[in-house]
Design a protein around this ligand. Structure first.
Ligand SMILES: Nc1ncnc2c1ncn2[C@@H]1O[C@H](COP(=O)(O)OP(=O)(O)OP(=O)(O)O)[C@@H](O)[C@H]1O
Length: 244
């Protein structure tokens, strides 16, 4: 029997430059199926640039990105990946329901399934009572929650979430992380960026990012143990990270 974990996301020597300036320097990483993998690093370290290439929204200058065995970017993969960007991409003049219907339809949902998923994802992010409100009237945290709901609509095999819980209160944040755990148990692979240390601790494995390079990869426990640290923040600083 083959006990090797199935690799869901693989990057090889991924480099990204903008106008000749390199901001990501040859990142090689493997994320296993069903894992919650966190990318931890301060603002500007390159997390967003990196996950955009995995989501197929941007293309590496050099190196290779593969998701579920397919070389990225590839349009067809949109159905299998849920991507939640850092800035909320929704139609402000439409209601939450209309936004969900629009994005749901893009992913091929309709009829009873569309309705069921809409109810499930809105309950999860605690927005059921606000389904018929225009998104323009939502608070920042509510928009974040709706963005997450949209990313989850089509039950993607891979979820790529860029700072999903910014502006979300601790109680709801906990229930969202419980849901990530439950999705992961059902086989969903989750790649999440964060600069919040307590969230980093909840990931199954972590990649620490600094100045466009991956400086350490491992379980939160292993990273703490290897550096004799009590907290993830201490471990991060030990590996040469800088405070967020
Ligand atoms: N389109 C672009 N053109 C030029 N430079 C860019 C572009 N996108 C990102 N960068 C640069 O790449 C670097 C990494 O940015 P990135 O947004 O990936 O960091 P981050 O870790 O996600 O930070 P944050 O959490 O603040 O978004 C920064 O120096 C940024 O200025």
């Amino acid at each position: 029997m083959n006990n090797k974990p199935e690799i869901c996301i693989r990057t090889q020597e991924v480099t990204r430059a903008f106008g000749g300036k390199e901001v990501l320097h040859g990142i090689s990483l493997e994320v296993r199926r069903s894992e919650i993998f966190g990318l931890l690093g301060p603002s500007g370290s390159g997390k967003t640039t990196f996950v955009k290439m995995i989501a197929g929204i941007d293309e590496a200058t050099r190196g290779e990105v593969e998701v579920l065995g397919t070389r990225m970017p590839k349009l067809d993969m949109m159905n299998r990946i849920g991507y939640m960007a850092q800035s909320d991409a929704m139609y402000a003049e439409l209601t939450a329901k209309e936004n969900l219907e629009f994005f749901g339809a893009l992913f091929g949902l309709r009829g009873a399934k569309m309705k069921r998923r809409m109810e499930e994802v809105m309950a999860l992010v605690n927005l059921t009572d606000h389904l018929k409100r225009p998104v323009g009237a939502y608070s920042g945290g509510m928009k974040r929650r709706l963005s997450l709901a949209i990313a989850l609509m089509h039950e993607p095999e891979v979820l790529i979430l860029d700072e999903p819980t910014v502006g979300i209160d601790p109680v709801l944040r906990k229930s969202i992380w419980d849901e990530f755990e439950s999705l992961s148990r059902q086989g969903t692979t989750i790649l999440v960026t964060t600069h919040v240390m307590d969230e980093a601790d909840k990931c199954h494995r972590l990649g620490m990012v600094r100045d466009g390079s991956l400086i350490a990869v491992g379980t939160p426990e292993a990273l703490k143990q290897e550096t004799g640290s009590v907290t993830i923040e201490e471990a991060f600083l030990h590996y040469g990270g800088v405070r967020a």
